[in-house]
Ligand binder design. Structure first.
Ligand code: ATP
Length: 218
């Protein structure tokens, strides 16, 4: 059991397109889980990503790849709640659903890379997100200068100095967490596959077979 209010479990939520999932998702997620003492990390593939072009792979295929990638890692869980919902998968709706499922007392930690965080103010009802969960920002290689679009002082007012600042409250703080810098993106993987290049060592081995046998991304 984790460090939440009344020792309730502490849950990390990691949403993404995962088209496909790769080591740049998996290693940082493991580091967050271990360094913050999370009980689980729920990987939630987006059904209809509202902030980007629709991916060519089906949601079911992307979810299957997540399942293959996390198999055998204690604490890593595939959550298909966005697949089961019609319409755009707004993160705020997903968090509200998880709140209903897990109750109000349990700390929920919404995990995202620094590039995603830099664009947060463009998300649907973004200010509500931090009322429903803490936000853990995983450092990612590259510059993400859009931070200026946050209202002045908004981030600073919520910034946690360390993991201890998240304890005892179910939501409300923002923690920046350095993780191993892996300059891997799904875009680069898709491009390499389109060019007929190998993507070995960028994602888990079982995904190579899965992608190859289904002729994905070529
Ligand atoms: P694409 O290249 O298609 O945009 P992506 O590799 O950025 O995809 P997403 O599924 O869009 O992957 O990302 C899901 C989440 O994982 C986002 O919060 C993103 O910031 C984070 N993330 C993706 N790659 C990394 C990485 N290499 N290091 C840290 N965080 C990452």
């Amino acid at each position: 059991m984790g460090w939440g209010v009344g020792q309730s479990p502490v849950i990390g939520i990691f949403g993404g397109t995962f088209d496909p999932i790769h080591f740049g998702h998996l290693r940082p997620a493991l580091e967050v889980m271990e360094s913050l003492g999370l009980d689980e990390v729920r990987f939630i593939p987006a059904h209809v990503p509202p902030h980007r072009d629709r991916p060519g792979r089906s949601t079911a295929e992307r979810a299957e790849m997540v399942a293959l990638a996390i198999a055998g890692q204690p604490g890593f869980v595939l959550d298909t709640c966005e697949l089961e919902r019609e319409g755009p998968s707004w993160t705020v709706d997903t968090l509200a659903l998880l709140r209903e499922r897990f109750g109000d007392a349990e700390p929920l930690l919404l995990m995202m890379g620094s590039d995603a965080f830099a664009g947060l103010p463009s998300w649907h009802r973004w200010e509500r997100l931090v009322e429903l969960a803490h936000i853990v920002v995983m450092t990612r290689p590259g510059d993400h200068p859009e931070l200026a679009v946050f209202p002045a002082g908004w981030v600073e007012a919520r910034l946690a100095a360390g993991a201890d600042d998240l304890r005892g409250a179910p939501a409300g703080r923002i923690l920046r967490l350095p993780v191993t810098q892996l300059d891997i993106s799904a875009t680069k993987i898709r491009e390499a596959l389109r060019r007929g290049q190998s993507v070995r060592y960028l994602l888990p081995e079982p995904l190579l077979d899965y992608i190859q046998s289904r002729h994905l991304y070529c």
